[in-house]
Write a protein that binds this ligand. Structure first.
Ligand code: PPS
Length: 628
């Protein structure tokens, strides 16, 4: 960090303009980050101080404006100074601490190089504060990220390295959709240079109706390739989307965008409301979450969740991320997800819910963390492993001779040995150890390293908003409904993909212990998220359980109304029979479509989405190309 003297002289700021002389706007306006660093260094605002200076961690006093203990002169000083610095407040203006604070908070949020460390903050007690950290700038990070040729680190990545290798500037401003003419995109990139986020833009018809939107990165780092993230090159991915954009442009003809973005005014209304509303004001009605990335894990009940998401998005005409090739039903799983595995529509997708292996950088790019909820689903590791092993016939895949199989109990006697016998651990065999950790993106070579596994779990705790558990399927869904502001009918389901009883293997306790030992990473992962789930449920209070009972009654109801009694079979994938359903012939008109969609598996649903998209494009093309 620069010394105070250097910092001040390097930007040529007259101190009297920044401090004290509040009636004038400083001649030279600084960016928020150096300005804030300077305020901390000055040390004259009560409570604004370093926690760990060498790590760039600091605290900001954070007293609620509506609290009796709030003192304008003390608690609003920092926020006032920023308002002065940006020319939003001048001496003689009416003091407006709520707005000052909101502006300050917005500025903080926009700065990708400043992250909040919630666990270090404390909003209780007589001196509440939030803790933040200055992150190294993108430029520094991307260069720090590049390895010198020939030097490959064999050390597993620490959490810090995992996190610092992530290009946070790809994250967008909360909830904004900017409208922008294609030709002015570069201008926009320059305008927003100070606020390096990824944005999405609308294209509109001359009458203002939305034709579609697309995503574009504001900053395209030259190269990001993380050890645990499959080496995605964002520069290329961005290029790819820009190419797709040109295609969209020529296809859709004359489009008239309505306005350009305003980087200065990106604050969300919620931010203002938080501080302006007195404590007892009922919270504003919640807004349903429509952007969801579901990391679909194998044999965890994930097809049931995918069906829920398919129906949710379908009834609202949301956009689904679809695998690029028509013959594909996953995003080239088990390869780590890449942008080029998805069909590009020239419009930001809302939902991803087919099998994809977690890969933070491109996923965060396509589904920005600030506007998308990330969810996934885990299963108790012993039952999970049995299901994976037997459903996917790993016994045959692990056997070296064609006509023999390697049953589960034999494999577990010396799993490393049997895996070494296999020449290429590809495809479904990648699930032969810690399947969940693998699907969530951790390279198998780190699975034995418990420090890395623990770090990775912490990383995932940052990444995912809700991790559901198959053993608590209904609880997980009710939690999701409540957190996503959904309705009970949005989470109704029929259990899909259940194996026939005769295909399920009873596993004795000794074998269960061996499974746990072999999959100890998954055990740690499951235990951690089991705790998280119950903590989240506890936070919901007693109303949660009322919702749960109501939900279970509705589940029974819909079953009775939709389904025929009897045993039915279906093939979710070729060659694999599982329990199926048949819709009652006397089903009511209103429920007919819902019942049929509730039993639709992921593959027919994907085909359905594809057809729906083609129809949508045809409609748009017809409307756009209509002669005036
Ligand atoms: N709601 C609910 N509650 C409990 N269990 C459920 C539920 N839905 C699906 N399942 C069980 O999940 C297994 C199928 O998982 P997936 O759909 O993820 O399989 S797949 O990877 O998509 O093929 C499969 O487990 P096994 O039968 O043990 O294989 C299903 O029975």
């Amino acid at each position: 960090m620069l010394s105070k003297k250097m910092r001040l002289s390097s930007v040529g700021v007259d101190r009297s303009l920044v401090r004290g002389a509040s009636s004038r706007v400083p001649k030279e306006r600084k960016r928020f980050t150096p300005w804030l660093e300077e305020q901390i260094e000055e040390g004259d605002i009560d409570g604004l101080e370093w926690i760990e200076k060498d790590k760039g961690i600091f605290k900001v006093p954070w007293v609620r404006v509506d609290k009796p203990e709030f003192v304008l002169e003390t608690h609003a000083e920092l926020f006032k100074r920023w308002a002065e610095h940006t020319g939003k407040y001048r001496k003689g203006d009416q003091p407006d601490p709520s707005t000052w604070k909101t502006r300050f908070r917005c500025a903080l949020r926009k700065m990708n190089e400043i992250v909040e460390i919630r666990e270090l903050g404390s909003l209780e007690g007589s001196k509440p504060y939030r803790a933040f950290k200055f992150e190294p700038k993108l430029k520094d990070r991307s260069s720090a990220f590049k390895r010198s040729p020939g030097k490959r680190s064999s050390r597993p990545p620490s959490l810090e390295s995992l996190e610092s290798n992530i290009p946070s500037p790809m994250e967008p401003v909360k909830g904004t959709r900017d409208h922008l003419p294609l030709g002015r995109m570069l201008n926009h990139l320059q305008i927003c240079e100070e606020y390096p986020q990824r944005r999405s833009f609308d294209y509109r018809n001359p009458d203002g109706s939305i034709i579609g939107d697309f995503v574009a990165p504001v900053v395209m780092p030259e190269e990001f390739s993380g050890p645990a993230y499959g080496g995605t090159k964002l520069g290329q991915s961005a290029q790819y989307l820009v190419e797709q954009l040109s295609v969209t442009k020529t296809r859709t003809g004359s489009l008239k965008p309505v306005s350009i973005c305003d980087c200065e005014n990106d604050c969300k209304a919620d931010d203002f409301l938080k501080d302006l509303l007195p404590n007892n004001t009922p919270p504003p009605p919640c807004k349903p979450v429509n952007n969801v990335l579901f990391l679909k894990t194998h044999k965890t009940g994930s097809s049931t969740v995918t069906n829920i998401l398919n129906r949710y998005g379908d009834t609202r005409d949301l956009m689904f991320a679809l695998p690029i090739s028509r013959s594909l039903y996953s995003f080239y799983w088990p390869r780590p997800f890449q942008l080029r595995f998805t069909q590009a529509f020239g419009r930001a997708p809302n939902i991803l819910c087919n099998h994809a292996r977690y890969n933070k950088v491109p996923m965060n790019w396509l589904f920005p963390k600030t506007t998308t909820r990330y969810i996934t689903l885990f299963r108790e590791p012993t039952d999970h492993f049995e299901s994976v092993f037997n459903f996917f016939h790993l016994d045959k895949r692990l056997s070296r001779s064609r006509n023999k199989v390697l049953p589960l109990h034999m494999f577990l006697e010396n799993p490393s040995f049997y895996l070494k016998q296999v020449q290429n651990i590809t495809g479904l065999l990648t699930l032969a150890k810690n399947p969940t950790l693998f699907e969530l993106g951790l390279d198998t070579k780190y699975h034995e390293n418990l420090v890395t596994v623990r770090n990775y779990i912490r990383f995932l705790q940052h990444e995912f908003d809700i991790v559901m558990l198959m053993e608590h399927f209904d609880e997980s869904l009710v939690l999701l409904k409540r957190r996503f502001c959904w309705k009970i009918e949005d989470i109704l389901y029929f259990k899909l993909n259940e194996r026939l009883q005769k295909h399920k293997q009873k596993v004795p306790s000794t074998v269960r212990d061996q499974i746990k030992h072999w999959n100890s990473g998954d055990v740690l992962l499951y235990d951690a998220f089991n705790r998280t789930l119950w903590e989240m449920i506890k936070e919901e209070g007693p109303a949660f359980f009322e919702d749960l009972s109501l939900f279970r009654r509705e589940l029974e109801n819909i079953k009775t109304k939709c389904l025929r009694e009897g045993n039915f079979l279906t093939k979710p994938y070729s060659g694999r029979l599982v329990q199926g359903y048949a819709v009652r012939s006397d089903v009511s008109k209103e429920l007919n479509d819902t019942c049929h969609k509730m039993i639709k598996n992921e593959i027919p649903y994907l085909d359905y989405h594809r057809e729906k998209l083609v129809k949508l494009y045809q409609t748009i093309d017809r409307s756009v190309n209509r002669p005036f």
